[in-house]
Design a protein around this ligand. Structure first.
Ligand SMILES: Cc1cc2nc3c(=O)[nH]c(=O)nc-3n(C[C@H](O)[C@H](O)[C@H](O)COP(=O)(O)O)c2cc1C
Length: 324
């Protein structure tokens, strides 16, 4: 019976719809050289005895070494290890340069900082078409709760829990936005986040804008009136009034040489750092509800959103001399 024709590209695309984690598999060649590659074909096989599998392309440069190796180590990469995945997906060459290695069973090269690691004894090798399937018995493993790196449709991705949640509600008035409207979510989340910090800001006699300005001054040594206007997005008079207010409170000082520039005084620095500590404590409190994995995904997506829409905004994080 003839085999149905399968378009290789379509087949790859279809396989890519199966989201996986990303691993780096390592071993040591007979001469002691560490060898490794990125693989997402890793899977669990058996709990008792503990067994896992992965498959290696017959064309891989590392094939002769893995074919001979008695042991291999599987590293489940954490979300912040995409650079390691890229490095170990290159063919041949010294992929281990400048990587701090630990030593495992039978001298297995172990990478630090992973979500999980499995040290295995090669139990079986099976034919798998253009791949060779390696089945290993797990001799040792370690695991932490780090967010895992995900691979989906040919791209690195993040995992987030779906959670049990009711459908977002709609507004009663036709044409208004619903509970999942991004603008609503961002402002509601920001309001909720800052509420306790804002209380402390106000208790010190500061306005929200004054706190923003003090925070901005921690990013720059000094700032002109013009800088403050641009960064705050306020008019000339409002900015001047704000600078005068926090000046009267002894929080900023004005350097008069040339164009006047403003900087935090010692008192201003202490007050601002105190409020920032409160803000960081609030961050820990809010994110602890989500857990580390979801917190990482949320922050990454927000950072992308902010960066992708910042082209026409002054760059708060630029070096002072290149700042707009
Ligand atoms: C996310 C990802 C998953 C991969 N999974 C596998 C895999 O399971 N098996 C495999 O043989 N190659 C896989 N590769 C490709 C190898 O990492 C790549 O061919 C590498 O260059 C092989 O190294 P080597 O030629 O030095 O042995 C994957 C690449 C990426 C980026």
């Amino acid at each position: 019976m003839s085999r149905p024709t399968i378009d290789a590209r379509d087949f790859r695309t279809a396989l890519g719809s199966f989201a996986t984690g990303v691993t780096v598999i390592t071993t040591r060649a007979a001469d002691g050289t560490p060898v490794g590659l990125t693989a997402n074909s890793f899977n669990s096989v058996s709990l008792e005895p503990p067994m896992v599998l992965w498959s290696l392309a017959r064309t891989a440069k590392s094939m002769p070494v893995f074919e001979q190796a008695q042991h291999f180590a599987v590293h489940v990469l954490a979300a912040d290890q995409a650079d390691l995945s890229v490095r170990f997906a290159r063919s041949g060459g010294d992929k281990f340069a400048h990587v701090a290695l630990e030593s495992g069973i039978a001298g297995l090269p172990l990478l630090p900082g992973c979500a999980a690691r499995f040290q295995c004894k090669t139990s079986f090798r099976h034919d798998g078409g253009d791949h060779l399937i390696f089945v290993g018995e797990v001799l040792e493993f370690d695991c932490n709760q780090r967010a895992p790196l995900i691979y989906h449709a040919g791209q690195y991705a993040l995992s987030a829990r779906r959670g049990e949640m009711d459908e977002p509600r709609s507004a009663r008035m036709a044409g208004s936005f619903g509970e999942d409207h991004l603008g609503y979510l961002l402002s509601r989340a920001s309001h909720h986040f800052y509420q306790p910090v804002r209380r402390q800001v106000h208790a010190l006699g500061l306005s929200d804008d004054a706190y923003s300005l003090l925070s901005l001054l921690t990013l720059r040594q000094t700032m002109s009136h013009q800088d403050a206007m641009a960064l705050l997005g306020q008019g000339a008079n409002a900015t001047a009034a704000l600078l005068a207010d926090i000046g009267d409170m002894g929080l900023v000082a004005r350097d008069e040489a040339g164009e006047p520039r403003y900087r935090l005084t010692d008192k201003g620095r202490d007050v601002t750092l105190h409020l920032m500590a409160a803000s960081k404590a609030r961050e820990s409190e809010v994110l602890s509800v989500l857990g580390e994995v979801d917190a990482f995904a949320l922050k990454t997506l927000l950072l992308r959103l902010v960066r992708e829409h910042s082209a026409d905004q002054p760059d708060l994080w630029a070096e002072p001399d290149t700042a707009e």
